[in-house]
Design a protein around this ligand. Structure first.
Ligand code: NOJ
Length: 737
């Protein structure tokens, strides 16, 4: 202790030396106080928490953003606690703060790390201006189950895409350094495997073999940490029998050991206390010990640390060294954020991003998150100037709040422009016939159908906004049936009966099963929950002012029974060949067992998804040709180039996402049939052609093998390049030892 104080006096004033100097002056109780994160929402937070803050028993608060309340809580910490250590103010800033951008799954459709970074940066600027300095994002849990409500908050099913975009989000939140105005400390979550919950039920157990953990679930965490993420949140879930929050293999061996992560690890909400409910720990003392020993630094909400750790130290069960390391990480984060010098965030208040620029960004992000899934006979784009009247129908057409999606605590719905509002603006009130048809997406009351049909009858085209309200996805909001809820399909039938072209826009927090919808519409735009600027972005797309460029970050199942379905599957010993769905209608009673082949498929749904990973239509066409690899063989340490020619063979400007997939067909552990290893967005004028080049090195070929080390294995590799995960232009090369 004396040594640390001395060091602080003589060394330059670094965040480390300041954290050490503070630590040296702290009592055990004050150190443990830094590890305690508490909810500051609800009535009278100052009255409720003031005494504890003054006593140095609270390190961070969550869920309070009122500037006066935050000021007062911080003032007590700074002026009335013995050492004046400021509080860390945390909040779930997930896809915007006051201005809401598309859901993370929607942003992922942009396949644009720059856009994702910019949205995070703008969100950070708004949040920091309100006093928040720590966000619980990005969520990089691989999500392969559309029933799971939190797929909305994910970056999809693919480790590579989630790595690139998760890292971009970290860079956006944290900027050029956490002491800079308008930044938030990122917290990558939920470590690890949370998305693999059984049955798509939130919080349910996960069973993830090590090969799958290391090759599928962990890479996005590693990428986010390499991008500098300041903190990690543990998962609620039980993984292979050991809940993540008390899991020494995950937190100790991998995160702290193999990856040398020395930032803050925070539990999820009450997850330490829940170690008892899981059946890992007998009581709070055992839970606190298990979490601390596994590698958790901060306790969010269970109070296990604040109540139990001092005694556990006195009893010699937990060491003071361990508590010091935990508290030092928290103090270092506070010092790095500049909180010791500017606890009230004065520098951040003046750095709030300009409202109009943020809304413009939200519009662009919403536009780039929309995926065109069907467009028969050029139903889109619409000639808005030429149309007499447009019928705008549907329970999601004019919902300023619902279009924001989940996780919008601080979202300002007065900034929302709905599809109805934007279309009225574009066409003029008198050229829009509006009737919602259904009050909510879940409504079964058909009394509004007649008005919707009348609107369709008096119009040239029908644009119908369907989907799910915000509350149907997100944390703890999972669905077993992922078809359109309520009487929405019946509404589509009623509209179709009017004989006008029907354009469907679906706003939802998850992939829905769409077969029945697709049969009933001429065009379908999947918009997710697009945020405040849903309406203007939709007008950009339907009018053709912007050409749709969104691509799916997740496979869309045909039916819930196909789940889990993802493109990067294993080949199996009996891979399916040509796709045929609905074999079940053809198969004769008494037919031999081998009638339809013996392979890995469903009799009633085949084996391919409704829409594959990477898919998305455009108003133009892109043609791929001349796939060339620069070398048939490379040695370790060498690279090779993969080149392909992409031509915009249609009539309008468009942006294509060129995707490169790789396969290691024979390895010591079986590898997926394809893995995304690169992508590039190319903007091409009508008729324009470009050669796109990817460079592959040994690292791109590597995977975590039997020895749990990332290493490429010598042999042949297959490569495909194209516009989605079913790309068929193929080449191969060999890695030699
Ligand atoms: C629980 C969620 O799982 C987590 O993602 C979130 O950050 C915390 N609650 C705090 O709200």
């Amino acid at each position: 202790m004396a040594h640390a104080a001395h060091a602080a006096d003589t060394q330059p004033d670094t965040p480390q030396s300041r954290a050490d100097a503070l630590l040296a002056r702290m009592s055990l109780e004050e150190k443990v106080g830094q590890l305690h994160t508490i909810d500051a929402s609800g009535p009278d937070p100052v009255g409720r928490l003031g005494g504890e803050i003054k006593a140095g028993r609270i390190g961070a608060v969550i869920n309070q953003v009122d500037p006066d309340t935050l000021y007062e809580l911080q003032r007590i910490a700074v002026e009335e606690s013995r050492l004046g250590v400021p509080l860390l103010v945390s909040r779930d800033v997930i896809h915007g703060f006051n201005t809401i951008f598309p859901l993370p799954i929607g942003q992922a459709c942009s396949w644009s790390p720059e856009l994702v970074r910019d949205c995070a940066r703008a969100a950070a600027g708004e949040a920091a201006a309100s006093g928040v300095r720590w966000t619980f994002a990005p969520m990089v849990d691989i999500a392969r189950d559309a029933r799971w409500g939190r797929i909305a908050e994910s970056l999809g099913e693919d480790p590579y895409l989630a790595s690139v975009l998760g890292a971009a989000m970290v860079v956006g939140f944290q900027g050029d350094g956490l002491s800079r105005p308008g930044t938030l400390a990122a917290c990558v979550k939920h470590f690890a495997g949370y998305g693999a919950c059984e049955g798509g039920r939130d919080y349910d157990a996960t069973n993830i073999p090590d090969n799958e953990l290391r090759n599928t679930y962990l890479p996005p965490f590693r990428a986010a940490l390499k991008a500098g993420a300041a903190s990690v949140m543990t998962s609620f879930s039980d993984i292979d029998g050991v809940p993540a929050t008390g899991n020494p293999y995950l937190l100790g061996e991998i995160l702290r050991g193999e990856w040398s992560f020395d930032g803050v690890v925070v539990s999820d909400w009450d997850a330490i206390g829940q170690l008892i409910t899981h059946g890992l720990s007998a009581d709070m003392a055992a839970a606190a010990r298990a979490a601390a020993e596994a590698g958790v630094d901060m306790d969010m909400m269970s109070s296990a640390f604040i109540d139990q750790l001092p005694r556990l130290v006195h009893e010699g069960v937990v060491t003071v060294d361990r508590i010091d390391a935990m508290a030092r990480r928290v103090l270092l984060l506070k010092a790095t954020l500049g909180l010791l010098d500017d606890p009230y965030g004065a520098a951040h208040r003046s750095a709030a991003p300009a409202r109009q620029a943020t809304l413009d960004l939200a519009r662009r992000a919403a536009r780039e998150s929309m995926v065109l899934l069907k467009n028969d006979a050029g139903a889109l784009p619409l000639d808005l100037a030429g149309i007499g009247r447009l019928a705008v129908i549907g329970p999601m057409a004019d919902q300023p709040y619902e279009q924001l999606g989940t996780w919008v605590f601080d979202g300002d719905q007065t900034r929302s422009v709905t599809p109805l509002g934007a279309l009225r603006g574009a066409l003029g009130e008198h050229r829009v016939a509006f009737a919602p048809g259904l009050e909510t997406t879940r409504s079964r009351d058909r009394s509004g159908f007649a008005a919707a049909q009348a609107a369709a009858r008096s119009s040239d085209v029908v644009l119908v906004c369907l989907g799910e309200e915000a509350i149907l996805s997100g944390e703890a909001h999972c669905r077993a049936d992922i078809t359109l809820p309520g009487a929405q399909l019946a509404l589509l039938d009623a509209l179709k009966a009017e004989g006008k072209p029907v354009i469907a826009v679906i706003m939802a927090g998850r992939p829905l099963t769409l077969a029945a919808v697709l049969e009933r519409v001429d065009a379908l735009i999947y918009a997710w929950h697009p945020g405040n600027m849903a309406g203007p972005a939709l007008v950009d797309i339907v009018s053709g002012a912007a050409n749709p460029s969104g691509r799916l970050p997740v496979s869309f199942p045909r039916s819930v029974g196909q789940i889990p379905i993802h493109y990067n599957r294993k080949n199996t010993g009996r891979p399916p060949q040509a796709e045929r769905i609905l074999y079940i209608d053809e198969i004769q009673v008494g037919a031999p067992q081998t009638s339809f082949g013996m392979s890995a498929f469903h009799l009633d749904d085949g084996y391919t998804p409704q829409f594959p990973f990477g898919f998305g239509l455009s108003y133009t066409r892109f043609i791929y040709a001349d796939l060339v690899v620069s070398a048939g063989e490379i040695a370790r340490g060498e690279t090779l180039d993969v080149m392909v020619t992409v031509t915009n063979s249609g009539e309008r400007f468009g942006t294509e996402t060129v995707q490169l997939y790789l396969r290691d067909p024979t390895a010591s552990l079986t590898r997926p049939v394809r893995e995304l290893k690169g992508f590039q967005k190319v903007a091409l004028n009508a008729g324009e052609r470009r050669t796109v080049r990817f460079t592959l090195g040994e690292g791109d070929l590597a995977f975590s093998g039997r020895e749990r080390r990332f290493r490429a294995e010598a042999g042949r590799f297959d490569v495909w390049v194209g516009g989605d995960s079913t790309a068929d232009l193929h080449a191969s090369f060999t890695l030699r030892d």
